[in-house]
Ligand binder design. Structure first.
Ligand code: GRF
Length: 188
């Protein structure tokens, strides 16, 4: 049986990338990592797992359309049919969305539609809500606004800080994201 080829896009520490790699998802080959931050820790993690990387700086291109054109060419050349965003801090543009319609997913550290965008964990602590959580969703042209695939709730403690919540959120993320990917791959 031929494996689905997927790319992970990430810009940061890469703990979700690591969780996906450790899961060794049946029928899914992580063909490469796309990273827009040349110093990101996730690149070391990709090297550790022997996953090829494509690292770029958006400022080297005249527009989002221009660097996404290069990404689309790379992805298609490698036969990639799914994209998993894991802390990729850029909006996905029309170029990628048109080619990978309903094949780009993202993980976000809140119960969307609550607290989209940056610092979702800080936003939830600041708002003092009773619960928050993690969402995996399809990516569309909006900010964390695509159809929701799966969510997991977390109760907020009265003395919750960004640090304590982040730890608990990450634990959920590392379990939820590989599980959702596994399910999607089974249906593909
Ligand atoms: C995660 O919290 C994820 O929900 C968000 O970005 C963060 C990435 O963390 N989209 P890491 O680099 O996987 O540790």
């Amino acid at each position: 049986m031929s494996k689905v080829r997927a790319a992970v896009f990430a810009s940061g520490t890469g703990s979700n990338f690591e969780a996906i790699m450790k899961e060794k998802i049946p029928g899914c080959d992580i063909t490469f990592l796309v990273c827009d931050q040349p110093d990101a820790k996730v690149i070391d993690k990709a090297n550790y797992f022997d996953v090829p990387t494509f690292v770029f700086s958006a400022k080297d291109y005249p527009s989002k359309q221009a660097y996404e054109r290069v990404l689309v060419d790379k992805l298609q050349e490698a036969g990639v049919t799914w994209i998993f965003l894991a802390g990729y801090m850029r909006m996905i543009g029309k170029m990628l969305l048109d080619v990978y319609e309903e094949r780009i997913i993202n993980i976000h550290p809140s119960l969307l539609p609550a607290f989209p965008g940056k610092d979702a964990i800080g936003q939830a602590v600041e708002a003092g809500v009773g619960k928050t959580g993690v969402t995996v969703h399809y990516v569309d042209s909006g900010m964390d606004s695509g159809p929701i695939i799966a969510q997991e709730e977390l109760e907020m403690f009265p003395d919750e800080t960004i640090e304590t919540l982040k730890k608990r959120i990450q634990k959920v993320e590392h379990r939820l994201y590989p599980r959702v990917i596994k399910d999607l791959m089974l249906k593909d």
